[in-house]
Ligand binder design. Structure first.
Ligand code: SF4
Length: 312
């Protein structure tokens, strides 16, 4: 006997895409009854996306550790004793091999992360070759390399890079509690340079660093009020790493985390809102609120020795 798949009869919600959200409006979303917020997020999701489609990406750390920045959550900072072994920039051939394996395992996008404050010219030249190699395999490419100048962003675009990841992490107000080696404005400047170069943007934040509910609302408001919404919005749950200043941060309430994802979905309808870091420690039930694939369905991490513990 065959069983038909019945999609819930949700009407499409085609509210206009906005870039002028007030803090009160965003906080109002968070304050909705839980199931109302989930339903609203689902309506938006189904209006703009294929409901159960999953895009598979593989992330490779192409340069690990020894980062001069002091992001309080990050085991790759040279300032914290976390046991991360620093590794130099990988050779292009090794990255090509990892990308080929990622493609064979089903990935359509290959993300390369390097623990830099900002890449230097000669490092960027090598990374440009990596991007060309990834694109030659027919994969989409994504990179996260820290701060970029407008000229560097154009260089990456010219090499064929599709996406650049650069997270805002949290609200402007709370940022100084987490990072002291750069400013929020520098983050925004890099995002502007990336956009101006014609790259797609992957930008989100981390929940669970001790921020207030208002900080979470402000983060989403900042993202939603960018001149163009990021194509990809990773919402990370803090991965607490021994040796970092946030090793003992309090647990995030699971419902608060889901609310954050649902609010992001409503605010940025076209974006792919992603559960990123912290997913391994979430229950299947918690992940299901975001319609992610079951754990067993995730692509295997490739070249795991170089898997990036945190993203700049
Ligand atoms: S998050 Fe990025 S910039 Fe910050 S310490 Fe880690 S690798 Fe460096």
């Amino acid at each position: 006997m065959s069983v038909a798949t019945i999609e819930p009869p949700l009407e499409a919600t085609l509210d206009p895409i906005r870039h002028d959200w007030s803090l009160q409006e965003v906080q109002g979303l968070f304050a909705q009854p839980f199931m109302d917020l989930i339903l609203r997020a689902q309506r938006v999701h189904r209006a703009w996306h294929v409901p159960n489609a999953v895009q598979m990406s593989t992330l490779l750390s192409i340069k690990t550790g020894a980062c001069p920045e002091d992001c309080a959550y990050c085991p790759q900072s040279v300032r914290y004793d976390t046991g991360v072994v620093a590794e130099a920039l990988m050779p292009v051939a090794a990255v090509r091999e990892c990308a080929a394996r990622a493609k064979a395992a089903g990935a359509t996008r290959f993300c390369m992360g390097a623990a830099y404050r900002a890449p230097r010219a000669r490092e960027l030249e090598v990374i440009v070759e990596m991007i060309r190699a990834v694109r030659a395999l027919g994969l989409e490419s994504c990179a996260t390399l820290g701060m970029l100048s407008p000229q560097q962003a154009r260089q990456l675009k010219d090499a064929g890079l599709d996406y650049y990841n650069h997270n805002l992490d949290t609200s402007a107000e709370f940022y100084g509690e987490i990072i002291h080696t750069r400013t929020y404005q520098q983050r925004l400047d890099t995002l502007a340079a990336v956009r101006a170069a014609g790259l797609k943007v992957c930008c989100g934040g981390i929940i669970g660093m001790g921020e207030s509910p208002a900080d979470r609302a402000q983060l989403l408001r900042t993202l939603a009020n960018l001149p163009e919404h990021p194509e990809s919005v990773p919402i990370n749950r803090l991965v607490k790493v021994a040796g970092t200043p946030l090793a003992d941060a309090p647990e995030v309430d699971a419902f608060d985390f889901v609310r954050t994802i649902a609010a992001a979905r409503v605010l940025m309808p076209r974006a792919r809102v992603r559960l990123s870091a912290g997913r391994e420690s979430m229950s299947d039930e918690l992940q299901a609120h975001h319609r992610q694939p079951r754990r067993g369905a995730r692509p295997r991490a490739l070249c795991t020795a170089r898997a990036h513990p945190a993203r700049p």
